[in-house]
Design a protein around this ligand. Structure first.
Ligand SMILES: [Zn+2]
Length: 264
């Protein structure tokens, strides 16, 4: 963990320091070796939050973009009586989870239900194939009448399939922390896959890092994405209604031309 409580203040790990876990209150030991990023660890091997993921430079650089008081916030789980530590939780209740390692479907769904208003930020540089796939696949993104908003029939040509069925927005970060050897700047922005589909299309927004950070900090992200997803739902309903209408016209046409039942 990045923070322990030392004299009741969120404090980063320094060699030899001791503190307490802001979530479970047990003792934490500062780990300041040369290989892993400096962090606090529980005395046993496991963190008190089963959802906790060992941190990398990538997690830290993201967390550092947000106010200290919003980072690593313990939230009570009324069903289990335990607490979960949100990577970032804004003052208006948006949880931002930075995910590097793979996550199983059940845990992902449980976390989405628990945090409700949340976004995933996924490290798109962890697996060797993820960024090259995106580079190839993004030529399938179709423009819409909104700037920086795209639709795509088969989002798996761009994104790892494990992240396609989320019930919350997922932002893919293809830059990571290492300098990239692919000479283009497609990875300077984040790509946000929305959970709402319109007809058979997935909807994707290209968002700059600065805009994402600024809008989540000033609270606009939550209201704007809610409004946008509502609009997508309405478009989806219209699309369905249009399809049903066309099917009905077709049925009538068949009946008139053949005089019999068209079947389906
Ligand atoms: Zn703990």
């Amino acid at each position: 963990m990045k923070y322990a409580l030392v004299n009741n203040t969120k404090t980063e790990a320094t060699p030899g320091a001791k503190g307490t876990c802001p979530s479970c209150g047990s003792e934490l030991i500062a780990k300041c070796g040369k290989i892993k990023i400096h962090h606090w660890a529980h005395k046993g091997t496991r963190n008190c939050d089963p959802w906790w993921e060992n941190e990398t430079e990538w997690h830290r650089s993201w967390k550092n973009s947000f106010p200290v008081e919003w980072q690593e916030l313990p939230l009570p789980d009324e069903q289990t009586g335990k607490k979960h530590i949100a990577d970032v939780r804004t003052s208006d209740g948006l949880v931002i989870e930075f995910q590097n390692s793979p996550i199983d479907l059940q845990e992902r769904t449980t976390r989405e239900k628990f945090y409700k208003d949340m976004v995933w930020v996924v490290n798109g540089t962890r697996l060797k194939g993820d960024y090259p796939r995106f580079i190839k696949g993004n030529s399938y993104l179709l423009a819409t009448n909104m700037p920086k908003i795209f639709r795509i029939g088969y989002p798996d040509v761009c994104f790892p399939s494990a992240w396609l069925g989320c019930s919350v927005p997922v932002l893919f970060d293809f830059r990571g922390t290492e300098p990239r050897d692919i000479p283009d700047d497609v990875n300077k922005n984040l790509y946000c896959l929305f959970p709402t589909r319109v007809g058979r299309y997935a909807i994707i927004a290209e968002v700059s890092r600065t805009v994402f950070i600024d809008k989540t900090i000033n609270g606009e992200w939550l209201s704007r994405t809610h409004n946008f997803m509502n609009k997508l739902s309405i478009s989806n309903q219209k699309e369905k209604a249009q399809l049903a209408f066309e099917r009905e016209l077709y049925r009538n046409f068949k009946q008139e031309t053949t005089g019999g039942s068209p079947g389906n």
